[in-house]
Ligand binder design. Structure first.
Ligand SMILES: *Cc1c(COP(=O)(O)O)cnc(C)c1O
Length: 495
């Protein structure tokens, strides 16, 4: 291969691009989409064998042969999130508008770290961020930035919260001077059901996971505001210094949404930064029917929202929104080679100063194309359909003698246990469900998740696919039953 067949901008390169994209499209349609099962069932050992060839051969094999090989060895053994019987995690079926946008943004390779690398992309990201701030009811002056997802959004939000608090309370410039001597007493609060990235952020922020205080949740797995008050009072008494409160809009297992209004009240009263982790549930904001579940989010100091979950965009795509855009100053830094002075002179945006990344993808194009193509109502219809399906699935589980439903779904995650006979002990049921999950993955007919609830091993469906039907859910449950009878130890089932 000579270089001119490898790069756009030459006749041969442009033709090679068209041919490769056609081949890639065919590979997706044939090796993945046309497949009956969501997974081939290949074991890690089998995969290691298929993927045994040298990664860096001395001589190349050419693109066409390589793509064929990838289709056969990699795509054929990839889980297919677009299959209606794939419903394990918050791994969405990516919608076609987002996939098309992904082609555009990767081929043009705009980098959002400076205006001169991404002029239109920079302005468009700002437009999309503005629309998102409006969608969540944040006031004028709000701002935001696209991120790799909820992990980065949560981290960055808590970084801003920490640095703002240290400046205000301890007159400390954390960016320059590091953590203040009082750092040991800093605390941040979240519910016991919050995503693990709150703990992870505390670690990465130099506060340590012990700085995270979990507030008990109520029976519906929402933070209990009474318990929050009690926790805050106890912390103050001990001389601890709470600086941030994390509310979750859509917990990973149950989709529960903390009472955001009550949390906003508590945050205001106690001078806490109020961050809402809406990585999962943020998509409700487009729905007239379910949008009210997010009431109170408009009072947040910051909001994390993911587009690669309930907004059906290809990975990765998330955003962090901040109530007062000036708060981004806590992380601003100027690299001379990225021409930051242009910002002051001619109003050229300098997005690198708002991000923890430098080179950064133009992921904002994906929700932009999706929103423009479908409109708010089109997007809402998709979200609503999956929430309805989860309700139907919950009813189906409830009416089945051999299944146990663990709580009504708030969003589209449904947690349940296979329990083929009444007298089965909790331990035996946990073992059986763990075995069923393993067996199902090896079988490939359905992909479900496993989770632990109150020390019991459960199964979970995250029904993100708007084209899936109750019949598909029935087929998944049937596969669970079949795998269950294959793995069940008859002695245990009766015990
Ligand atoms: C998915 C998720 C995260 C992590 O986000 P990534 O996009 O995986 O980085 C954080 N919080 C919640 C509630 C989530 O659902």
């Amino acid at each position: 291969m000579s270089a001119d067949g490898l790069f756009l901008g030459t006749d041969r390169g442009d033709a090679a691009y068209r041919a490769a994209m056609e081949q890639a499209t065919d590979a997706v349609l044939c090796a993945v989409a046309a497949r009956e099962e969501p997974y081939s069932g290949a074991s890690p050992d089998a995969l290691a064998e298929y993927l045994d060839d040298p990664v860096v051969p001395e001589e190349g094999r050419g693109l066409e042969a390589t793509l064929d090989e990838v289709a056969e060895r990699v795509l054929a053994h990839s889980v297919d999130p677009s299959n209606p019987r794939c419903g394990a995690h918050l791994q969405c079926p990516p919608m076609v508008p987002g996939l098309a946008a992904e082609v555009l943004l990767s081929a043009t390779n705009q980098s959002l770290d400076s205006f001169d690398q991404a002029p239109a992309a920079t302005l468009l990201e700002e437009r999309v961020v503005g629309a998102l701030c409006d969608l969540f009811g944040l006031p004028a002056g709000a701002d935001g930035v696209f991120t790799s997802g909820g992990t980065q959004s949560n981290f960055q939000a808590l970084l801003l919260a920490r640095d703002q608090y240290c400046a205000r309370q301890f007159d400390r410039d954390v960016q320059a001077e590091g953590l203040p001597p009082e750092a040991d007493s800093l605390r941040l609060l979240c519910s016991a059901e919050a995503h693990f990235t709150t703990n992870q952020s505390a670690h990465h922020l130099g506060l340590g996971e012990d700085a995270v205080v979990t507030v008990p949740a109520d029976g519906d797995r929402r933070m209990d505001p009474g318990a929050l008050e009690a926790t805050l009072a106890a912390l103050r008494k001990r001389g601890a210094v709470p600086f941030a409160l994390v509310g979750t809009a859509g917990t990973t297992d149950f989709g529960s949404i903390d009472p955001l209004g009550a949390l906003a009240d508590a945050a205001a009263e106690h001078g806490l930064w109020f961050h809402v982790d809406a990585a999962y549930g943020g998509a409700l904001a487009v729905s007239d029917e379910y949008g009210d579940l997010l009431a109170g989010i408009e009072r947040a100091d910051s909001v994390a929202v993911d587009f690669h979950k309930l907004f059906y965009q290809p990975i990765s795509c998330g955003a962090l929104l901040v109530r007062d855009g000036d708060e981004f100053r806590w992380m601003a830094r100027n690299a001379a080679y990225l021409n930051p002075e242009a910002h002051d002179d001619r109003g050229v945006p300098n997005l690198v100063s708002k991000s923890v990344q430098t080179t950064r993808r133009f992921d904002a194009l994906k929700p932009y194309v999706a929103f423009r193509a479908l409109g708010r109502s089109g997007m809402a219809a998709l979200v609503e359909r999956t929430l309805e399906l989860a309700d139907e699935a919950a009813s189906l589980l409830e009416s089945a003698d051999d299944f146990e439903l663990l709580g009504e779904p708030t969003l589209n995650a449904v947690v349940f246990r296979y329990r083929p006979c009444e007298g089965m002990t909790d331990e035996a049921a946990s073992r059986l469900n763990a075995d069923v999950r393993r067996e199902l993955l090896a079988d490939g007919r359905a992909v479900v998740a496993r989770t632990e609830v109150d020390d019991a091993t459960c199964l979970k469906l995250t029904l993100l696919n708007p084209t899936a039907t109750l019949k598909d859910v029935g087929a998944i449950l049937e596969a669970v039953r079949e795998c269950g009878s294959a793995v069940a130890d008859p002695g245990e089932v009766i015990a």
